[in-house]
Design a protein around this ligand. Structure first.
Ligand SMILES: Cc1cc2nc3c(=O)[nH]c(=O)nc-3n(C[C@H](O)[C@H](O)[C@H](O)COP(=O)(O)OP(=O)(O)OC[C@H]3O[C@@H](n4cnc5c(N)ncnc54)[C@H](O)[C@@H]3O)c2cc1C
Ligand code: FES
Length: 260
């Protein structure tokens, strides 16, 4: 059940240029599905809304969750200045997450992510590995600051693409599939919208199911404001309109079912 909890920061450190990793002590850890997120509240009243951040890892031993975030504006800048033992309000657990049962009987499970879409792939890769699946993980970065790639390699085979070829394949993660001779039979993805559109097109062209996480702008994060609606292919049973709320119906959707 989702709730707002005041939690303690265990660790908050810079792991790459503009990218931070924060561990928060919270009993939400036991409820996490990969691909779910929390709303993290800035303390500053002028930045009132919770900022949606994906859960990168949950740790049942230390009773904590990990968030990895890029500083892009006021809220994330404030988070980057927080110190161990500071308190932060966390709303969670939010969203649907990836359905791991869709991986059953698949041989070429492929995780694809770019930039700040990479963090939720760590918990996903870990859980798929724990349930006995082998995965290929294709990750796209701007440059050689390949944050989380080593940790991901503990759970699957990592293939890197960078904008200018400073590490791995030069180009995007979709072209990298061919370059690395990967033939997914299911895709789990998270990243910027152009990348997700490319994955949807790939999924249609190759008849491969793809589950994509839409990390678009949000306001309330709990289904109340309709600030995060996306178009769907089919009509909603209740509202009879072609849309879904990303914060509650998503953020993970079957690519075939959303109009992006
Ligand atoms: C489900 C979900 C999961 C997310 N997971 C992560 C994560 O794991 N790590 C992470 O770093 N970020 C993640 N984001 C994006 C994150 O929520 C925003 O970067 C954050 O809210 C920005 O807050 P801010 O106050 O720093 O920036 P603001 O001052 O609100 O905005 C600064 C700039 O960032 C842009 N921006 C704000 N939100 C988004 C967004 N969702 N997508 C693209 N641009 C945006 C604004 O247009 C503006 O240009 C996620 C978003 C969603 C919806
Ligand atoms: S952010 Fe308010 S309904 Fe989704």
């Amino acid at each position: 059940m989702k709730r707002k909890i005041t939690s303690e920061i265990i660790k908050n450190e810079k792991i790459s240029d503009g990218i931070f990793s924060m561990w928060i002590r919270t009993d939400l850890h036991s409820e996490v599905k990969p691909g779910q997120f929390v709303g993290l509240y800035p303390a500053n009243a002028s930045t009132l809304l919770p900022r949606p951040i994906s859960i990168c890892e949950s740790d049942n031993i230390q009773g904590a969750i990990r968030l990895v975030y890029r500083v892009v504006g006021k809220g994330t800048a404030e988070f980057s200045g927080m110190k161990p033992s500071d308190k932060v309000d966390v709303l969670g657990v939010l969203g649907n997450g990836y359905d791991l049962s869709t991986a059953n009987n698949r041989k070429n499970i492929t995780l694809m992510a770019g930039g700040i879409g990479i963090p939720p792939m760590l918990q996903l890769a870990k859980e798929l590995s724990l349930s006995g699946h082998k995965t290929s993980i294709v990750v796209g970065y701007r440059n050689n600051e390949t944050f989380l790639s080593e940790e991901l390699s503990e759970y699957g085979k990592v293939f890197i693409a960078t904008d200018y070829g400073s590490v791995g394949y030069k180009g995007n993660v979709i072209d990298a599939l061919d370059a690395y001779k990967l033939s997914p039979d299911i895709i789990y993805a998270c990243g910027p919208m152009p990348m997700l559109r490319g994955i949807k097109a790939y999924s249609t062209a190759h008849n491969v199911p793809a589950y994509i996480s839409l990390e678009e702008r949000m306001a309330c994060g709990v289904g109340a404001c309709l600030g995060c609606v996306c178009k769907t292919v089919n009509k909603d049973h209740h509202s009879h309109v072609n849309n879904a709320r990303i914060c509650t119906d998503g953020p993970v959707f079957n690519a075939a079912e959303v109009d992006i």
